[in-house]
Each structure stands twice: as structure tokens, then as C-alpha cells.
Design a protein around this ligand. Structure first.
Ligand SMILES: Nc1ncnc2c1ncn2[C@@H]1O[C@H](COP(=O)(O)OP(=O)(O)OP(=O)(O)O)[C@@H](O)[C@H]1O
Length: 873
């Protein structure tokens, strides 16, 4: 075919593929042409060559056939969808067709151990605030498949944020919902793909789900049409990409968002559960993770982002953690055993897709063998045998595990090569035909191996040798000095500088035998290996069960280890009700600094705490620690506290500073209000709400008003347990009026202007004037600090601030005041706003506040001097 012909074929295939890039096989290489070559060249530093043909030039970049996988993986991990066109033989030569399209959500050979979800979002018919959405999430690398329905856009984003899919398929209506897609893009780094509209059609989707799982309603419990459409679409997408991994999706897990603690997208990020907001520091996950397997790490992240509401499930997990806390030695032995476990869920997917190699199956064999050992270790410990751990390891079908493991042991060689086509994969004694073949092969090889000795003796040629290389095959080599002794039947094939190479008819015949047997052995071993891999693939759900059990064991052991190391305790869980934490700590901060523990008590009568205190006194830390302790309790973990009773919550909502949005150039106040709006719409009586300085992003009066009204609404209407940190002292007055509202503050010691933070929480509101103290501590010039005090006093008492230095038209200094009541400037009245009076009052107040015993004579002298200067001004 001409060059243009090939490029033409490439472009035609590319058009059909609907992918961003196409890798087309040409003999031993996969080639990219034109713009694709340029892109691949830039992204992967691949050499791009320029070709000309028929007056046209075009770019070309290629990778060897066997090296394609890492290139495709690297491109897909950068967000490209890559189509692969393979070459196959036909009667008239060869043809090419697209065999698969690899996309971010269907990349099987991923390099990260994190879950990799592909999601479909389907919008229900009535487009109101209460629109129903069907959501389906599938991780083809592990076979996990979750389906649910939710109401409203916020809930969609919450779920999407939980799963952080690498690729999203918006349904026909959702794809034109720009607002939703924009909000999604802000929150989740994902790729959006438009899958065919028909795949989302109810009838077609139902059919797809039925094909995969049997009866839709009876088998998998899917009733809502939006859910069926999402599930069907996601399955058909996987099918169409051609990776043949669907058989690994063995179960559909239908869940109800109510099973989990509602954590909106913002809260998941604010609480820095699996990653920090700034990228620096340590997330909760990084702090508490002591798992030893990648499946364990995935599961711990899943638990952290999907805390549970079921008390019995949480108590079951707690019982496991407790048992493992109390049996340190066995726990560490178990962790050592688990350290050798490989990722069975991933191995299942790879076996199903046909990409698992002999080493993957070897690791499957070794990991399956761990299950009985782990179970045995648990059974031998009285403490663990009586805990739910035995149920966890008892869950998989042990007989089937032993059978599969034995089959793999019987079949697989101990140290198989990386390639699958050159034999030495299968153990002797496994297959009679193979054994006979190997015997024949070995005797042929033995004949050749001993040929040199025989021939040298027979013809008395001392340095005769037999060897093999790629070009000459097997040959007999004789040094030139001895060639006279060579018999007639030796046929010379090559002359070298110091020696001569020969073959004989018999050697040729034996060589043919060896080659034939080698080839047949390679084929037969590959066939046997494929049978074995298919057998493993047929046990995908068994592998997933064992993988999940071991992962769960790994996670509870990790939680136990952290609990013991950091002196965490088991919280008592109750249904929705009071939260009482004695000597609680922040799980992350306590590992970084000497932490001062704090109590917290929230009851029906104490359900709204207004937290005040100077800047940097620990308000945010106290509130976050409360949210994290409740969250940890609701994944079944122990918690950083001396003791605690946790009334289970249905949701945790937080509104704290939005640092990262600043960088995105969005109005922080707008975001603050959107987040507040979401909380006020979603929180219930059973929720925990954390508000950090709501209203700060706007004018003071607006801010106070919003904070005030929010407090009333949360207290009166929603009745949620709320912690509200604020610098608006006005809010502290609400404690006198609303029965559930109480003031607490972060204690600080003020000694003659030196503020020391004590990090302890105390009842009542904080002293008011710390802001100005902090300004003073930061060396703001004293005229500004002193003047601030005066302004503050006037604000409080007169609700009017005088303006210093205001000029009249004639240039005289005029007495003007800003009247907060009217919101306007006006001339100072005769009885107020006199600057000298203000100053005098301020000095007198400072004088009466001063503690002469606390200051040195020199300090006192300089204070008096300052006062004099101020009064003389
Ligand atoms: N209980 C504690 N023990 C020890 N250190 C603490 C404690 N609480 C907070 N800190 C430390 O104090 C610093 C300030 O805490 P935090 O940010 O919570 O203060 P804040 O009152 O919310 O400040 P701002 O009002 O400026 O937002 C943090 O660096 C934190 O590590």
C-alpha cells in the first residue's frame, strides 16, 4: 500500500473511532500519524519523524508492538481516549480494525492502586429542584459496581465526590446541564465522555443490565428507571470499548445514600479526609493509614469517604478493632502475613480480560494460600476467635479457595518466565501430553548436548564443540588446525578466522525435532495456561470475596495499630442523641504537636455552641476535631479521646474558609453563601454542623445579620447540633435568649498585653478586645492600635465614629462623625465626638485597667509618658 493509502486508512479508522488518538498496527510497530504523532511526541517524548509522499509531508511516531501498553497507559492517564487498531491476516494480505478504545475510566493496566471509577449520571424527567438522578459507578480494575438514586444536584455532586470518578458519562439531559457539569469540574478532576444516547434509553439499558446480572428487579433490586438507565449505560460503555472485562463485574451493589453519613463535597475536602486542601501537610488518611496491602488502602479510603450510619455494622467493626488492640502479637503476625497478599480484586479483572500473566496467577495462588493461614491464626487466639474477625475470614468459600489454590499449585511452575509463549510455565506431572513432549524434547536436546563428546572421540578431534546461534542454528565447530580429521559426512556451512562450522544430516534432523518440540511445547503450555487463567476468571467473585476479606482485616488491624500507638479509645455509640467527648484531640494535629485535650458536650439543651476566642486560639481546630472524631466513630474506628459517647449523626456539614477557591478567582463570599445554602437545605435534626466564621466575607452589618439569622434557623427550625465559631460578639448574646444556644470560648491569658493561648475550651463568651491585642502583638504602630481602641469604644457606646483629619472646603479641620444609625456622615455635635475627650476617656480607661504589680517601673514610666503625649496632642 502507498504511504498516502496508509495515512488515508489511518484517518478513516480515526474518524470511526471517536477517540482522541489512534495507535494503528503496522507489522511490528504501532504507529501514530499527523497531529496524533505530534501529540504523542510532545506528551511522551517520543521521536517524531517527518515523511513525504506524493508531495505531502506528514508526521509519524511509532512504538514496538510489545511496548504499546505503557504508552497507552501514560496517554490515558493524561486524559486521552486512545483507540487501538490491530492488524490481522486476510486472504488478500492483511487488514486493520479497531479492537479497543482505552479511556480513563476503562484503563485496566492502571499504575495507581486507588479505585478508578467510571460513572454514569442520568437525570430524571421532572427538572425541578427535586429532580431524581440515577448514578452508577463501576471500577473495572476491581469489579466493584455501585448504583443509587439521589435527589437534587447537590446530592449528585456529593456522590460523585465520594467516588471521584476518572471518567463520567452524562446522560442525554445531564450533558446539557452546564451548571452541574461546571460544578462537577470544579470539584473533581475527571473526564466527561458523551456515550451514545441510545445506551441510556430505558429499554436498552434494562436489557443490558439483564444480560449482565439476570432479572433486573429480582436479582439486583433495581427499580428506579434512572438507576437502571445509568447502570445499563455504564455497562454498555465498557462493552463497547472492547476490553472484555465485564465478567469481572460480578455483583451490582445497590445502595441508598441514607446508608452513609452525608458528607457534602465541601465537607469531604474541608476535613482533609484523603487529601489536604493545599496539597501540603497530612490528610486524615495519611495520618492513620498503617495498612500493608493496596486493597486495604483502597478500603480505608472508602470507609473514610463513606462513613456508615448503621450502629450494628459500626459496633461489629469496633469489636474487630478492639480484639486486635488487645492482641498485639497476633495482630502484628496477621499484618506480616497480609504483607505478602497481592491485589486479588485486580487479579480477577485481569484474568477475566485475559491480561493476567503467569506471575499474576502465581500471586493469586500465594494470596489464596494466605486465607487458611490467617483464619487459622485467628482461630488459635481465644480473643480473636470470639470476635467478628472469624466471620470476616469465614465469609469466602474456603473449599473453593483450597480447590483453586491446589489447581494453581499443581499447574504453575515455581518461577515462570515473563513471556507466555516460550514454555516453562507449567509444572511437570500436570498434563500427560506436555510431559511426553518435554521428555521427547529433553532426549533430543540431550542427544545434541552429548554430540560433541561422541564426535570428538569418534574422529579424534580434541577441540570439537557443538553450539547454536540464531543464524546458523545448531552446528559443529572445529578449529582450523584440526579440520583435516573431519569426516566426509560433515557439510561445511561457515568459515571463520580460526575455525570451520559444519552440520550433518542427523544433526539437522535433530535440530528440526528440537525446534518442532519447542514450538509445540510453547503452544501447549500457552493453551494450558489459558485454560488455567479462564478457570481463575470463572472464580472472579471468589477472588473478590477473598480480596475483600483480607482488605477488611488489613483495615481493622491498621485502625487497631493506630489506636494503640496513639492511645485512642472505643467510643460508646448510641442512636441519634447527645455527643459527649472527654479529653478529645485532633487526630492529625496531635501527631504534630503537643496537644491540649478538650471536652465537648452537646445535648438537646446544649445543641448550639457559639465558639469565640482570639485569632489563632484554636477555634477551628476544636471544631474540626469534633467533626473528625464523629466521623472516625462512624467508620468504626477508635477515637482520640479519653472517653466518649457518640450519638450517631446522619450527616456532617462544614463551612470553613475557602482557601483554594481564592486561587480560582471566584467570589469567596458567593461560595460561602452557596455552601451555607446547601447546609441549610440538607441538614437535619440528626446532623452535625460546623460553621467557621460564616458571614465574614461581606460588610460587617450584613455578616452579623446573616450569622444571626442562620443561628436562629439552625436552632429553631432544623434543630441540628451546631458549632459556630465567630468573631461577631453580638452572637454571644443569643445564648441568653435561645434555650439551646450556649457560649464557649478558647481560653487565653492576657498578662499586660501578652496573650498566651491555653488551648482549653471554657464556658461563656470570650473577652472582646483580643483583635486589637493581636494587632499590637504584630507591631502595628501604636497610634493605630490606640486609635482602634477609641473607635471600638465609640462604636459600642455612641454608635458613631468621629473622622480625624477631615478637611472642610476652606482647609480647616472639621469635626465629622460617621453615624452608624443612619449610615451617614454628619457634623459632630457639641456634646460628642470631641477628640480630646475621647482621648482622655481612653487614657482613663487604660489607667484604670492597668495592674501596677504586673508591670516593671520602667514599663510604667513609659506608659505614663505615652499617655501624656496623647493628652497633649
Ligand atoms: N488544643 C490544642 N493544643 C495545641 N495546639 C493547638 C490546639 N488547638 C489549636 N492548636 C494550634 O493553634 C493554631 C491555631 O489554631 P486554629 O487555626 O484552630 O485557631 P483559630 O482560633 O481558628 O484561628 P482563626 O480565628 O485565626 O481562624 C494551630 O496551628 C494549631 O495547631
Amino acid at each position: 500500500m502507498t504511504a498516502e493509502g496508509i495515512v488515508g486508512e489511518y484517518l478513516a479508522l480515526k474518524r470511526d473511532s471517536d477517540a482522541d488518538l489512534l495507535a494503528m498496527q503496522m507489522g511490528d510497530f504501532y504507529e501514530f500519524f499527523h497531529d496524533d504523532a505530534k501529540t504523542v511526541g510532545q506528551e511522551l517524548d517520543l521521536k517524531v519523524s517527518e515523511r513525504s509522499s506524493g508531495g505531502e509531508t506528514y508526521q509519524m511516531a511509532g512504538v514496538p508492538v510489545d511496548d504499546l501498553t505503557p504508552y497507552v497507559r501514560a496517554l490515558v492517564e493524561r486524559g486521552y481516549r486512545v483507540a487501538v487498531a490491530d492488524q490481522h491476516e486476510t486472504e488478500n494480505g492483511h487488514a486493520r480494525s479497531i479492537t479497543r478504545v482505552v479511556t480513563p475510566g476503562t484503563l485496566l493496566e492502571t499504575t495507581t492502586e486507588d479505585a478508578q471509577y467510571l460513572a454514569a449520571v442520568v437525570e430524571g424527567a421532572d427538572q425541578t429542584e427535586d429532580t431524581e438522578y440515577g448514578l452508577a459507578f463501576v471500577d473495572i480494575t476491581t469489579g466493584q459496581f455501585h448504583v443509587t438514586t439521589v435527589t437534587g444536584e447537590d446530592a449528585v455532586l456529593t456522590e460523585l465526590y465520594r467516588f471521584t470518578p476518572t471518567e463520567v458519562l452524562p446522560g442525554p439531559d445531564t450533558r446539557s446541564n452546564d451548571r452541574l457539569l461546571e460544578r462537577l469540574a470544579e470539584r473533581v478532576e475527571t473526564n466527561t465522555t458523551l456515550h451514545t444516547t441510545e445506551a441510556f434509553a430505558p429499554g436498552r439499558a434494562r436489557h443490558t443490565v439483564r444480560e449482565q446480572f439476570g432479572a433486573v428487579k429480582e436479582s439486583v433490586g433495581l427499580e428506579r428507571e434512572t438507576a437502571i438507565r445509568a447502570a445499563g449505560a455504564v455497562l454498555s460503555y465498557i462493552d463497547e470499548t472492547g476490553i472484555s472485562v465485564l465478567a469481572a463485574v460480578t455483583r451490582l451493589h445497590r445502595y441508598h445514600p441514607d446508608d452513609h453519613v452525608e458528607l457534602d463535597a465541601t465537607t469531604q475536602r474541608n476535613l482533609e479526609l484523603v487529601e489536604t486542601m493545599t496539597g501540603g501537610g497530612r490528610s486524615l488518611f495519611e495520618t492513620i493509614d498503617h495498612t500493608v496491602t493496596s486493597a486495604g488502602r483502597r478500603l480505608l479510603k472508602e470507609w473514610l469517604t463513606r462513613p456508615r450510619r448503621s450502629q450494628s455494622e459500626l459496633e461489629r467493626r469496633q469489636a474487630c478493632v478492639q480484639a486486635l488492640c488487645e492482641s498485639a502479637m497476633v495482630r502484628e503476625e496477621l499484618r506480616e502475613l497480609l504483607d505478602d497478599a497481592s491485589d486479588l480484586e485486580r487479579a480477577a479483572s485481569r484474568s477475566v480480560s485475559g491480561s493476567a500473566d503467569a506471575h499474576t496467577l502465581l500471586r493469586v495462588r500465594e494470596t489464596l494460600a494466605l486465607l487458611p493461614k490467617v483464619a487459622d491464626r485467628i482461630e488459635r487466639s481465644d480473643r480473636l476467635a470470639g470476635s467478628p474477625l472469624s466471620e470476616i475470614v469465614g465469609r469466602p468459600d474456603h473449599t473453593a479457595v483450597v480447590e483453586l489454590q491446589t489447581a494453581l499449585s499443581d499447574a504453575l511452575a515455581d518461577d515462570p518466565p515473563q513471556t507466555l509463549t516460550q514454555g516453562e510455565l507449567i509444572r511437570r506431572g500436570y498434563d500427560d501430553e506436555l510431559d511426553a513432549l518435554i521428555k521427547e524434547y529433553e532426549s533430543a536436546v540431550e542427544w545434541i548436548d552429548t554430540l560433541a563428546e561422541r564426535e570428538s572421540r569418534r574422529h579424534d578431534i580434541g577441540r570439537l564443540s557443538v553450539d547454536r546461534n540464531k543464524t546458523d542454528g545448531y552446528y559443529i565447530q572445529v578449529p582450523k588446525s584440526e579440520t583435516d580429521a573431519v569426516p566426509d559426512e560433515y557439510e561445511g556451512i561457515k568459515t571463520l578466522k580460526n575455525s570451520q562450522r559444519y552440520v550433518t544430516d542427523e544433526l539437522r534432523e535433530r535440530e528440526r525435532d528440537v525446534l518442532r518440540l519447542e514450538e509445540r511445547r510453547g503452544e501447549l503450555e500457552y493453551e494450558l495456561f489459558e485454560e488455567l487463567r479462564t478457570r481463575v476468571a470463572e472464580h472472579a467473585s471468589l477472588l473478590q470475596d477473598v480480596g475483600r476479606s483480607l482488605a477488611e482485616l488489613d483495615v481493622v488491624a491498621s485502625l487497631a495499630r493506630h489506636a494503640v500507638r496513639h492511645d485512642w479509645t472505643r467510643p460508646m455509640l448510641t442512636g441519634p442523641g447527645p455527643i459527649d467527648i472527654q479529653a478529645g484531640r485532633h487526630p492529625v494535629v496531635e501527631t504534630q504537636t503537643e496537644f491540649v485535650p478538650n471536652d465537648l458536650s452537646m445535648t438537646e439543651d446544649w445543641r448550639f455552641l457559639v465558639v469565640t476566642g482570639p485569632n489563632m486560639s484554636g477555634k477551628s481546630t476544636y471544631m474540626r476535631q469534633t467533626a473528625l472524631i464523629v466521623l472516625l466513630a462512624q467508620i468504626g474506628s477508635f477515637i482520640p479521646a479519653r472517653e466518649a459517647t457518640i450519638g450517631l449523626v446522619d450527616g456532617i456539614y462544614t463551612r470553613v474558609g475557602a482557601i483554594d477557591e481564592l486561587a480560582q478567582g471566584r467570589s469567596t463570599f458567593m461560595i460561602e453563601m452557596q455552601e451555607l445554602s446547601n447546609i441549610l437545605h440538607s441538614a437535619t435534626e440528626e446532623s452535625l454542623v460546623i460553621l467557621d466564621e460564616v458571614g465574614r466575607g461581606t460588610a460587617t452589618y450584613d455578616g452579623i445579620s446573616i450569622a444571626w439569622a442562620t443561628t436562629e434557623y439552625l436552632h429553631n427550625r432544623i434543630n441540628a447540633k451546631t458549632l459556630f465559631a465567630t468573631h461577631y460578639h453580638e452572637l454571644t448574646d443569643l445564648a441568653d435568649r435561645l434555650p439551646g444556644v450556649h457560649n464557649v470560648h478558647m481560653a487565653a491569658e492576657d498578662r499586660g498585653g501578652d496573650v498566651t493561648f491555653l488551648w482549653t475550651i471554657e464556658d461563656g463568651p470570650a473577652d472582646r478586645s483580643y483583635g486589637i491585642h493581636v494587632a499590637e502583638l504584630a507591631s502595628v504602630p501604636s497610634p493605630v492600635v490606640d486609635r482602634s481602641r477609641t473607635v471600638l469604644k465609640r462604636l459600642r457606646e455612641d454608635k458613631a465614629i468621629d473622622v480625624r483629619g477631615a478637611k472642610s472646603g476652606t482647609g480647616d479641620t472639621q469635626q465629622v462623625v460617621f453615624d452608624l444609625g443612619s449610615g451617614q456622615f454628619k457634623r459632630a455635635s457639641a456634646d460628642g465626638g470631641d477628640e480630646t475627650d475621647d482621648e482622655r476617656e481612653a487614657v482613663i480607661e487604660e489607667l484604670s485597667d492597668i495592674d501596677v504589680n504586673e508591670q516593671s517601673p520602667v514599663e510604667l514610666l513609659s506608659t505614663v509618658q505615652r499617655w501624656q503625649e496623647r493628652l497633649e496632642e
